[in-house]
Design a binder for this molecule. Sequence first.
Ligand SMILES: [Fe+2]
Length: 370
Amino acid sequence: MATTTETISNLAANTARLRLRPQGEDDRKPAEEPYRYAHLLPHFSVDSYPPLEPFNHTDPGLRALALPNPRAFLEGAASVTELTPNLGTEVTGVNLAELDSSGRDQLALEVARRGLVVFRDQQDFIDRGPDFYREWGRHFGRLHIHPTSGHPAGYPEIHLVYRDANTTFNFEIEESITTINWHSDVSYELQPPGLTTFFLLSSPDTGGDTLFTSQVSTLRRLSPQFVAFLRTLKAVHSGIEQADFSRSGRRGATVRREPVEHVHPVVRRHPVTGEEALYVNRQFTRRIVGLKREESEAILKLLFDHIDKSADNQARVKWRPNTVVLWDNRITAHSANVDFKETGERRHGARITPQAERPIPALDGLDLTA
Ligand SMILES: [Fe+2]
């Protein structure tokens, strides 16, 4: 396995260095250009991790609620633009890396309010490197270590996505007619992520956007009678297929922690804003507990289709260099858009993924045992 790990890292590093020389020099070997973020290429360690233990999560957004102005961190911004009425804000002129503890608390609250916040011109943040990424993420919660994904060598807490002309370490269903795969990250965990930070180190010239949808808006569009029924339901979220994908030899071929399944409410309540959000996703939600199979399948299909097609709940992030995106994984879903596959361009991203509370049911007292 160690050989496989080294081979994958070396392949990616070598691919990253290949550049064609200008016309007239094509009889010579391709020039080698060091990749600026080679130290952050995916490494697939063969470690074995024990099951995650429960922990108490205090949401940093709660601290910001007590401040006289919980949006003070945006006062120096050059621009604050809402992407859509219900989801997403784009900010310029704020250096995330310089936010103090209170600024980070305010940021968590703002992301909880807007679901998604896009910060441009964050080269300082990105260039501070993986030790800083960890310190940053730990402010918001215990960092999740992904059971199967690649990470920078020595930094298992940093989840990487990577694709280039020769390799992909993403979890993609190649048989699908679309690359769009709406999901909420690792929702199979007992305490799935809350405020999540993601940025691209390398991106295609065009394409490779990330799509987001508001699960608050998704829920609001349903009729009150149907929402009342959904509040009584809980669903099984499973990490088994993702682990099987790796066990089949793809995506680095490592499973460092045995996959888990957990039961979560179909409608969860955000611990800070109190907002209700739909909490099912096509990638990890398998069945609704207590319903007959056909009932469960019909309801989940309806909800997944609703998420897929409701562009009126969605926002789209077009990447530019040095963009850092934050989303609240509890109230949104997202998907990469792999529309650039044929160009062979590199898309290399890093995610910092603090876990949050066990999902709170919108219906008080909902029994979450399976
Ligand atoms: Fe994701």
